[in-house]
Design a protein around this ligand. Structure first.
Ligand SMILES: C[S@@+](CC[C@H](N)C(=O)[O-])C[C@H]1O[C@@H](n2cnc3c(N)ncnc32)[C@H](O)[C@@H]1O
Length: 256
């Protein structure tokens, strides 16, 4: 069942999508299904299959600016596998790290980058809507030629609250990666990109991030990495290491 703190959602069967896929999705999330757009619908967001992807649309831009989980390499990223590990994220994950859990997968951009750098990655996401968008993306990923040719282990997605899932692990990962939602900075120039703005509108703040951090420190084998905006206080107090970029940093906490 879909619960949102502030936004309402429906499935919309716009063009060529299979009706049965839309019906199954609406049933899974327990939300209405519409067969066409109608100005009287009072939902804020719609899920829709378009061009072979599941997309999230907001009511102000029903066709334009649809959002989906992008499985392509980031701009400037080398198109080879594994992608080089010279960036701040890789430094924070640690040279000896092989296995990573992304406990706050969201739009999957960090998780997919971690995957392309050659780590084994497991993904947790508690929002049912983000979970269905990620599921669709990981299915598309499994169809990519290079992924099939290299017979790669795909990111494994579990829908649920990481605070619970992390206490049930059979094998501790080398690293647990956290990127919870921080309150946005007021200044207009610092507005987050559209996908993150939508996530804020859909899900609100992650008010239990301190609890998530404590649970992650217990569950990890070696380290926890927290991605933070530059203006935010470190989530777990003074980190052991910190890798700073222009607008964000990766705080690293070692398990003792
Ligand atoms: C800022 S977004 C993460 C963005 C992500 N790193 C990316 O690259 O797209 C935070 C996400 O973490 C999820 N989240 C927060 N706390 C969680 C928890 N305790 N368990 C599972 N998911 C959680 C939220 O639902 C949200 O989708």
């Amino acid at each position: 069942m879909f619960h949102s703190k502030s936004a309402k959602l429906a499935v919309i069967n716009q063009d060529q999508a299979e009706l049965s896929d839309c019906q199954a999705l609406a049933k899974e999330l327990a939300i209405p299904l519409y067969l066409s757009t109608d100005k009287n619908n009072n939902e804020d967001f719609f899920l829709s299959y378009q061009d072979g992807c599941l997309k999230l649309l907001d009511k102000h831009s029903l066709i334009k600016n649809a959002l989906m989980v992008n499985i392509e390499p980031r701009s400037g990223e080398q198109h080879s596998y594994p992608a080089p590990r010279k960036n701040n994220l890789a430094k924070a994950l640690g040279r000896k790290t092989k296995t990573v859990i992304d406990a706050t997968t969201g739009w999957g951009q960090d998780a997919l980058f971690i995957f392309r750098m050659g780590y084994q990655i497991q993904c947790f996401e508690r929002s049912p809507i983000m979970a269905v968008l990620l599921k669709d993306a990981f299915l598309r990923l499994s169809h990519l030629k290079w992924v099939q040719e290299l017979a790669l282990n795909l990111p494994q997605l579990t829908h649920g609250n990481a605070i619970e899932l992390l206490t049930q692990l059979k094998i501790a990962p080398d690293c647990i990666y956290l990127d919870p939602m921080f309150p946005p900075k007021r200044k207009k120039s610092a507005l987050a990109k559209k996908p993150m703005q939508v996530l804020h509108k859909l899900l609100g703040q992650d008010d239990d991030k301190e609890q998530l951090f404590i649970t992650a420190m217990t569950a990890t084998a070696k380290r926890v990495v927290v991605k933070s905006p530059d203006y935010a206080e470190p989530l777990g107090g003074k980190p052991n290491e910190s890798f700073k970029g222009k607008l964000l940093r990766y705080d690293v906490y070692f398990k003792h």
